[in-house]
Design a protein around this ligand. Structure first.
Ligand code: SF4
Ligand code: SF4
Length: 417
């Protein structure tokens, strides 16, 4: 039987209210956004990974757990706007109970992030509990707090995998994003983890500035006996403010696909599937796995479809009020997400390859889930079946609800004021 995560100062009333979830529980913005995507897709209409994941799994394969918002860096593209610890972060006891619940649900892997996970006071106990419960652990770290002693202690927790972030192969490129001195400090962290023989990945967010340094990043990773993992920049958190300046150009993306072909050992976290629309399928999942195969738990117990979808209107539930199992299995946000239609992408000849791209990117750039991926590689193609369609930055219904949901008592729309 599932053990409920026990939280201080909260009864089960929150859990009870979840027993009959319905559309009313959905934020009006989210409801309108889902409705705009049109008819839910049926298994007969889809192919590839989507056929298996449509409707979601009984438990996620991987859970991303941003265990604290505390961070000693202030990266300009931070997806969760991390910096300071937040007031209602889960206590260590709550975190341990959550590990037990995830293990009982047979979640395969927990991917710890933040913030900087090594600033969470109970991190060692949480990692040790994962080890006891045979959960595969992956820790994303900025690498700057790894001492030799910590690296040796971590080696006792194997199997455990590490991702150390480098957003450029030079101090100039990396530090303009991650802050002065971050490059050298991350390299020292990598050295210490490598010296303890830990399984390592160098994680790099692709930007128009880091693109020319891919070969050098690859060499740095090899130097530490690590794999290189390149991921897509999303406009969430602080990334919203810099996305337009940093995201790669279409030409870079085209060259990147060729570069990946020449470097088959480079991982991509399945994050570039929108590039499949160039015509050649990249290895890995070819669709968004949010709410079906993965989801994200945030420091104060908020659960979202994925780490890049931290918008309050898409909060699926909160662990201060409900168990994780309840949220995963009964949240209206997840139920709707799993049935989303193809929106403006229906009819696209490349839909089977691209599946409409990343919903989180659409939401934060367009405030709509109905449009094409803002980095749709066919957007300007004159022969593209959707090229003539006009897209407004806000879908009509979403705009109306957006306005009414933020209307103040005197009737003025605060959003527009
Ligand atoms: S129109 Fe949609 S499905 Fe087609 S390539 Fe663009 S984002 Fe992908
Ligand atoms: S919403 Fe975007 S970032 Fe999140 S899992 Fe889906 S494709 Fe990936």
């Amino acid at each position: 039987m599932t053990q409920f995560v026990q939280f201080l100062g909260r009864g089960r009333s929150g859990a009870k209210s979840c027993e009959r979830p319905g559309p009313l529980a959905l934020h009006p913005l989210a409801r309108a956004a889902f409705a705009e995507t049109g008819k839910p897709l049926s298994p007969a209409q889809v192919s590839g990974s989507q056929r298996f994941l449509l409707g979601g799994l009984s438990a996620p394969i991987t859970v991303t757990w941003e265990i604290t918002a505390a961070c000693n860096l202030r990266c300009v593209h931070c997806l969760s706007s991390s910096g300071k610890r937040r007031p209602r972060e889960l206590t260590t006891d709550q975190a341990l109970a959550l590990v037990d619940e995830l293990a009982e649900m047979q979640v395969f892997q927990i991917h710890f992030g933040g913030g900087e996970p090594f600033l969470y006071p109970g991190i060692w106990r949480v990692l040790e509990r994962c080890r006891e419960r045979d959960l595969v652990m992956c820790v994303s770290t900025n690498g700057t707090l790894i001492t030799s002693e910590r690296a040796r202690r971590l080696a006792a927790l194997e199997p455990i995998y590490f991702q150390v972030s480098l957003d450029g192969a030079t101090p100039e490129t990396n530090d303009r994003i991650r802050g002065q001195g971050a490059f050298q400090r991350a390299l020292r962290g990598l050295e210490r983890l490598a010296a303890a023989n830990l399984s390592l990945t160098v994680n790099s967010v692709l930007t128009r500035y880091s693109f020319p340094e891919l070969d050098r990043l690859y060499a740095i990773a090899r130097n530490f006996n690590a794999k290189l993992r390149v991921t897509r920049l999303r406009p969430s958190g602080r990334g919203r403010a810099v996305w337009a300046e940093l995201h790669p150009t279409r030409e870079q993306y085209r060259d990147f696909v060729a570069w990946l072909r020449e470097h088959p050992d480079v991982l991509t976290a399945d994050s570039f599937f929108h590039l499949n629309a160039f015509g050649e399928r990249l290895a890995g999942l070819d669709m968004c796995g949010a709410a079906t195969a993965t989801c994200c738990i945030c420091p104060e117990g908020e659960v979202y479809p994925c780490a890049f979808f931290q918008a309050p209107e898409f909060e699926a539930g909160n662990l201060h009020e409900q168990s994780f199992r309840e949220i995963w299995q009964r949240s209206p946000v997840f139920a709707f997400y799993r049935q989303m239609g193809a929106g403006a992408c229906s009819g696209c000849l490349r839909y089977d390859l691209c599946h409409g791209g990343c919903p989180a990117t659409k939401w934060f750039v367009l405030q709509s889930l109905q449009g094409r991926d803002p980095e749709c590689v066919l957007a300007d193609s004159p022969t593209h079946p959707l090229a003539a369609k006009q897209e407004t930055p806000y879908g009509a219904i979403t705009a109306a609800v957006r306005c009414s949901s933020v209307t103040s008592q005197d009737g003025a729309c605060q959003e527009e004021a």
